[in-house]
Design a protein around this ligand. Structure first.
Ligand code: PLP
Length: 478
């Protein structure tokens, strides 16, 4: 099928308004005009002269090195250095040139689409913002969008608020080769006109999180290829939201092993038509408070989403761009990789992965010898990547008045025991937008990310174990 992206955009005409005049072609303006036009304060008005950032050498290492990042007010090379004067000024809607170059450099190393349409980039205020902007460019009220049956809950509201309708496709919490039920998805699309959702429009968008949230399982190449093929057959645009893709939990013996894992693993690498929109974020590796991420897609798509961004945000935070760019550049200099700045970033994400791996290993060794597991109260599903995993609890079959499987009341009892014992988790039921999937959810989502150290994590796992045993003992006496 020939892919025409214009058929997927909604009909909203995004036309940013501006008051700058353009000169006729060929007109030669004065080379050094005095700028009485835009309201862009001279950098002399900004209070910041320079910024010094002290970095940890690896996560949780609080010793300050004597090698700070020094960010100056003005620098010479505008393509490869981001200075205070530029970053704090009103910026280009797409993002500052040095950071866009860095993002291009990251992309060149990790993603190799099979089409020749090229890729372009838009900086955003994180992946949540990226999704909202993409939806604004594509969704019309009443449009449907395919979403994994359990996923990152905060994405439901932007979709429904913009008038979209979420359609679940089944995920399994087994290995990456069956994590998405491809047969279900294929049948759903193939038989749309006669199926459960026949009263709704056929989807033109599919949203997926390849390093799955909540389970931390990752989609195998077979699954990604199958989903891409379905996208080709049914003319879907793939929204690939993979904020945890840099956090790997296996094969971290060397940096090279790690690098091999993060390369060529996205949907972008399978893309022959330009139908993949991939978005990334600095939230998980540098910090969520910095609110910076980016979208990667073919130029036509970026052009449209940039208009949305120009109208609603102007540009993403200059401070954030300044700090992130200079930190990553500094990391690259520390490992003598000035010509390939991305390596500095990957080197940090490798160190972050190592920390998550040691947390995951501790948790799973504790759970393996837990009373809950010995008594058959829980099952273990070990994650491949990211900062989350699921803990399935083997409740005896419970159903509601309609006869449907429903563990809501049992979860609430277990949750309250756990809160009393001093451990918190996310209920699997809250990671679904579909009532039946919500009721039959038998897992809790646990994060490896929040706590200070391994000691606290150990205390948490012991409390969890104790709470689950307590719940089953109380229930068995009823
Ligand atoms: C799947 C997914 N998408 C988006 C986000 C939000 O990321 P950001 O902080 O970049 O907005 C998260 C954060 O946990 C996430 O897990």
């Amino acid at each position: 099928m020939t892919f025409d992206i214009n058929l997927h955009f909604n009909s909203t005409l995004f036309k940013p308004t501006d008051f700058y005049s353009t000169n006729p072609p060929g007109f030669e303006p004065h080379p050094n005009p005095i700028a009485f036009d835009g309201g862009r304060p001279n950098n002399g008005f900004y209070p910041i002269e320079s910024i010094q950032v002290n970095l940890k050498s690896k996560p949780f290492d609080h010793t300050i090195s004597n090698d700070p990042v020094l960010i100056t007010e003005v620098s010479e090379d505008k393509d490869h250095e981001l200075d205070i004067k530029t970053a704090l000024q009103y910026g280009d809607a797409k993002g500052s040139r040095p950071l866009l170059n860095l993002v291009d450099n990251i992309t060149q190393q990790l993603h190799h689409p099979k089409h020749t349409l090229g890729l372009d980039y838009l900086l955003t205020s994180g992946s949540g913002d990226s999704l909202t902007k993409i939806l604004q460019a594509f969704l019309s009220p009443g449009d449907t969008i395919l979403v994994e049956s359990y996923t990152y809950t905060p994405i439901f509201a932007p979709i429904t608020t913009l008038g979209g309708v979420l359609i679940p496709y089944k995920v399994n919490f087994t290995d990456g080769d069956s994590i998405v039920d491809i047969n279900y998805l294929g049948n759903l699309l193939e038989n749309w006109e006669s199926g459960e959702y026949k009263h709704l429009r056929k989807p033109k968008l599919i949203y997926t999180v390849p390093t799955q949230n909540p389970s931390g399982l990752t989609q195998s190449l077979r699954i990604r290829k199958s989903i891409y093929d379905l996208a080709e057959t049914h003319d879907l645009v793939i929204l690939e939201d993979d904020p945890d893709s840099y956090i790997k939990l296996h094969n971290l013996e060397s940096f090279d092993n790690y690098l091999a894992q993060i390369k060529n693993e996205s949907y972008l690498n399978l893309d022959t038509a330009g139908r993949v929109i991939h978005f990334e974020t600095f939230s998980k590796l540098i910090s969520p408070g910095i609110r910076l991420g980016y979208i990667i897609a073919i130029p036509q798509i970026i052009e449209r989403i940039t208009k949305v961004s120009k109208i609603f945000t102007k540009a993403t935070s200059g401070y954030s761009q300044l700090i992130i760019f200079n930190i990553i550049k500094h990391w690259a200099e520390q490992i003598n990789s000035k010509d390939n700045i991305s390596l500095g970033y990957f080197n940090w994400s490798y160190k972050v992965s190592l920390e998550y791996q040691s947390r995951k290993n501790l948790v799973f060794s504790l759970l393996s010898s837990s009373k809950s597991l010995a008594k058959g109260y829980i099952s273990l599903v070990e994650p491949d990547g990211g900062m989350f995993f699921i803990l399935p609890v083997n409740f005896p079959f419970t159903s509601n008045n309609e006869g449907n499987e429903d563990y809501t009341a049992e979860w609430e009892k277990l949750r309250l025991i756990s809160v009393k014992n001093g451990v918190k988790f996310i209920l699997g039921s809250l990671m679904s937008f579909n009532e039946k999937d919500s009721q039959r959810a038998k897992f809790a989502r646990i994060t490896l990310a929040n706590e200070d150290d391994l000691n606290k994590i150990e205390v948490g796992v012991n409390r969890l174990d104790q709470s689950i045993v307590e719940y089953f003992e109380v229930e068995s006496q009823k």
